[in-house]
Design a protein. Structure first.
Length: 720
């Protein structure tokens, strides 16, 4: 997981300070996305376009690998993603390095798109293909990772790609409709006199079956003019659009099984099953139907594989030392401040100058006052390992700056990394810290994920269940009233999600340590953090619904609260888990929203099929990029098991009546298959809970302007 950006100044006659790393750091929240190591390169693309590539790495798998990933030929990769399948990545390998090594071997557009198509997992990518002089970028078909773009205008001539907004530029989300490729327009203006512009072609290789966000219009069937309109490029002086429909990329988005139930496959619903009926009893009766029981067991199996991929081989924070003792260097210090700040500059051969900064910090759990710097065997930067080893060893061995010159070049790469992250197999779960967290409302989606995580993790590892609640106004008392002088203010956080969370906790494996984290948010804290941070992360989204969900998820992902369970119950707690499992995607595929009932009531099974097809086609344009920006702001990664490619394919293969039966009452009919799976895992009471969206379950929707509609522009997000 990373924060990535690329900024290109297409106006050839101007000097642009927007392509400086200082501006990127000052004008964005990219650094918080990648707390472990960062790097940047300045290059002239297409021989004349000053450009900046910057990557901020959150290290989760394999060896710690610097971004941008580069080589002597000038190729550059920025990768914000995880390869869970499709391309083989060894247990100790880093997927960005593996992908880069494969990309640089591609000699044609089709080879690049075929390689990208093979990836199973969430991703956004920026790749400069030096020999072909092409800039590739895009997002996975579900849009699980954020990528924004600023398209060049006559005023600024800037093209920018970034995980989050970089002020003062205006951004939009890159649509997850395919892979984009910028290349020179024939003949390209790559040099000239005043007011010259670099003219480029924007090639779009669409996903097969992709539709434009918010529409049912097929991308592959569009005209170049309509593509320009969809991308807001009609008046661009820099880009012309080329739609490569003949090179459409096979998609992981499966075709939906639209088989309608017949009298044989669809049994009658007893008249006694009404909204007043016990949904637990209804689910128990439905489970007796053989085809549903089989499908529920198959769902458990495929979803467990998806969860296992997402919790396997996570980095543990070393208590005492990195994995490779022979590369360790230590420096002792007295007092709280660390005097070690080794700065090394090296001019690499080829076309780049590298300066590496090793800022040593005290390891939190070290027995002695030792500072541990990571060794080069766990850090890979381009193909200069011998040089890097010499530099890093020097950095870690001394508190004085050193300079070393090796060759000549033009671009500058700056690197900084902390010393305390390790991929050791050992665990520090004996002190209660978890490596995996779940956004946990106590609903069937998050509870099922918790039960499957329990199957996948060693029994001694704890799991954080993060439950968020917003301050509720007291009906018969003044908010924050003190009962006696000197007492703390009295707040009410007993919201619906808090109640269902504890009920669901009681059904989980009692032999595991579940850290139930009560995240309690007052109105004052909400308003402060929304103004200072959250609204900038939500951008370019501005609706009331985005505000409610985004704020709730941001505070939950921060994981700062009070333990409601376990041996440290009642104590303050901050989740250190770097992976957060989220239940997004279940409602869209299994008819979990109220609008699905409306469509079913109007048009029966055929209408429900059409609604579900629309849901899955537009999922990339809805909320996953937003959630990625929100969660990763805390140096953590969101993972969505319900949107695993294998899970999506399995659910799409089932006829609609095996996934949901909206003839049944709430708490049973919607997401029927998921509820039956939960029953089979012992979550009997939880399986029968009706759907409640996070903005209502956490009560953030009632904290401020409760009469607002979710689709309205939220004035709290659009202020200065």
């Amino acid at each position: 997981m990373c924060g990535i950006c690329c900024i290109c100044s297409l106006a050839l006659d101007t000097q642009c300070n927007l392509t400086s790393i200082d501006h990127v750091k000052a004008g964005s929240f990219l650094e918080s996305r990648g707390p472990d190591i960062s790097g940047n390169i300045q290059r002239c693309l297409w021989d004349a376009v000053p450009s900046l590539f910057a990557g901020f790495v959150l290290h989760l798998r394999g060896n710690l690998t610097l971004q941008p990933v580069t080589n002597e030929q000038g190729d550059i990769l920025l990768w914000n993603g995880e390869i869970f399948d499709g391309i083989q990545v060894g247990e100790t390998e880093n997927d960005s390095r593996v992908l880069f090594d494969k990309l640089v071997k591609c000699s044609s557009d089709r080879e690049v798109t075929s390689l990208i198509q093979a990836i199973q997992g969430p991703w956004s990518i920026i790749f400069w293909q030096a020999k072909q002089k092409q800039l590739w970028f895009g997002r996975d078909v579900f849009g699980r990772r954020s990528l924004l773009w600023h398209l060049p205008s006559a005023e600024d001539g800037i093209f920018a790609l970034s995980s989050v907004v970089i002020k003062p530029l205006e951004f939009e989300e890159v649509p997850s409709v395919g892979m984009f490729c910028l290349q020179p327009a024939p003949p390209a203006k790559l040099s000239g006199t005043d007011n010259d512009l670099c003219e480029l072609q924007l090639h779009l290789f669409p996903w097969q079956g992709a539709v434009w966000p918010g529409t049912d219009i097929a991308v592959a069937a569009a005209t170049p003019q309509s593509v320009s309109q969809q991308l807001n490029l009609e008046t661009s002086q820099h880009f012309s659009v080329v739609l490569r429909s003949e090179d459409a990329i096979p998609s992981w988005m499966p075709a939906l099984n639209k088989q309608l139930p017949d009298s044989h496959s669809l049994r009658e619903v007893p008249d006694s099953w009404s909204d007043a009926s016990d949904p637990v009893h209804i689910l128990q009766e439905m489970e007796k139907r053989g085809e549903l029981a089989l499908a529920a067991e198959q769902l458990i199996n495929v979803l467990e594989r998806a969860v296992r991929k997402r919790v396997y081989n996570l980095p543990r924070h070393s208590k005492y030392q990195p994995r490779n003792d022979h590369t360790k260097r230590t420096a002792t210090y007295d007092g709280a401040a660390c005097p070690v700040d080794g700065l090394c500059n090296v001019e690499l051969s080829g076309s780049q100058i590298s300066s590496l900064t090793c800022n040593a910090k005290p390891a939190p759990q070290a027995k002695e006052n030792a500072l541990v710097c990571r060794g080069v065997s766990e850090l890979h930067i381009g193909n200069h390992s011998a040089c890097e080893k010499k530099i890093l060893d020097s950095c870690c061995a001394t508190d004085e700056a050193c300079d070393q010159t090796v060759g000549g070049g033009e671009a500058d790469m700056a690197v900084s990394h902390p010393p305390n992250v390790s991929t050791i197999v050992g665990s520090d779960s004996d002190n209660g810290d978890a490596h995996v967290a779940i956004l946990f409302s106590g609903g069937v989606d998050s509870s099922l994920l918790a039960a499957l995580v329990d199957r996948c993790l060693p029994q001694h590892e704890s799991v954080d269940l993060i439950n968020v609640a917003f301050e509720q106004k007291q009906a018969n008392s003044v908010r924050g009233k003190r009962h006696d002088a000197g007492d703390e203010p009295c707040y009410n956080f007993n919201v619906p999600d808090r109640q269902t969370g504890y009920k669901a906790l009681s059904e989980l494996n009692p032999g595991r340590q579940w850290n139930f984290v009560e995240v309690n948010v007052t109105q004052e804290v909400l308003q402060q953090n929304r103004c200072e941070r959250v609204r900038h992360l939500l951008y370019p989204l501005t609706t009331v619904l985005d505000d409610s969900i985004g704020c709730a998820v941001w505070f939950a992902a921060r994981g700062r609260g009070i333990l409601g369970s376990g041996p440290r119950k009642g104590q303050s707690y901050v989740s250190k888990a770097r992976v957060i499992l989220c239940g997004m995607g279940a409602d869209e595929q299994l008819a979990g929203y109220s609008r699905h009932r409306v469509r079913f009531k109007q048009e029966s099974w055929a209408g429900l099929n059409a609604e579900l097809e629309m849901e899955i086609n537009r999922i990339s344009a809805r909320n996953l990029g937003r959630d990625d920006r929100i969660i990763t702001d805390h140096g953590k990664e969101s993972r969505f098991p319900f949107l695993d490619e294998e899970v999506v394919a399995f659910l799409a293969s089932l006829p609609v009546h095996q996934k949901a039966d909206l003839r049944l009452p709430r708490g049973a009919g919607e997401k029927l298959l998921l509820r039956l799976a939960a029953c089979r895992l012992g979550l009997t009471a939880t399986a029968a809970l009706p759907k409640r969206a996070i903005q209502f379950g956490s009560r953030i929707a009632k904290m401020e302007q409760s009469r607002e509609k979710g689709s309205q522009v939220c004035q709290r997000l659009v202020g200065d």
